[in-house]
Design a protein around this ligand. Sequence first.
Ligand SMILES: [Zn+2]
Ligand SMILES: [Zn+2]
Ligand SMILES: [Zn+2]
Length: 279
Amino acid sequence: MRVEIEILGSGTSSGIPTVGCDCWVCRSENPRNRRLRSSVLFRVQDGADEVRLLVDVTPDLRLQALRAGFSSVHAVLFTHTHADHCHGLDDLRALYWGGGRQPIPVWGYPESIARLKQSFAYVFDHEYDYKGIARLEPQVFQHQPFKVAGVTVTPIPVVHGNMRVAGFRIGDAAYITDCNAVPESSLAALKGVRLLVLDALRRAPHPTHMSLPEALATARRIGVEQVFFTHINHDIEHESVNRELPPGAALGFDRLLAALEPDGRITISERPPGPPLIA
Ligand SMILES: [Zn+2]
Ligand SMILES: [Zn+2]
Ligand SMILES: [Zn+2]
């Protein structure tokens, strides 16, 4: 099995540059300091078919799908329902059309699915006969692994202030965003993970996100070979901070591709930027 994670967005809730901010990171022209809202695409190859699992639908989903070159997914996995992770939900219609108008399964904790149904009632209303919206198939998980298009996904609960957020493990790769703590039982469930994308908002502590030192310590405890940090805010300038990190740890960035190859290697590459999407 080959498991690839593409970072579609590595930025905190406001995105970087942040509207109205003229700090040096927001003014930077280095593409690695330009961060769309946090999301990843898992591409899993087990045999002939590629399974694409999209984690979260950010307000930047349209740009992210255009940039990463996908027009359909097998399912969407929701970490939680903060606006930066789900307010691109309406744009799933393009992926619904791209997938031949097959309803897209959307997986989340029961409270996440309930909130989505509340916030996007028209999308989940089967009486609403309008062809311009996505058809979604809500599915819930708790702690047990579940199968999506033949791929086993293990939800890993983490703490995000007063709410729980789902991390996702597929094989020995995992994605964990928006957390200030990983409980012992979840650390145990992450044992054996070799490639991890993990929340690290900034250097300083924060009540609902891990700081860079906390995220590093968490990755060490799990024992991962390679960790990339995500959900990064404008306190972190990519090049200068990245240089300080130890081997096996690096700042994530938009368009990063990291894969666990069938032969066990971890490969890291970068999607070419392509034409500018905002002129
Ligand atoms: Zn967030
Ligand atoms: Zn700024
Ligand atoms: Zn959040």
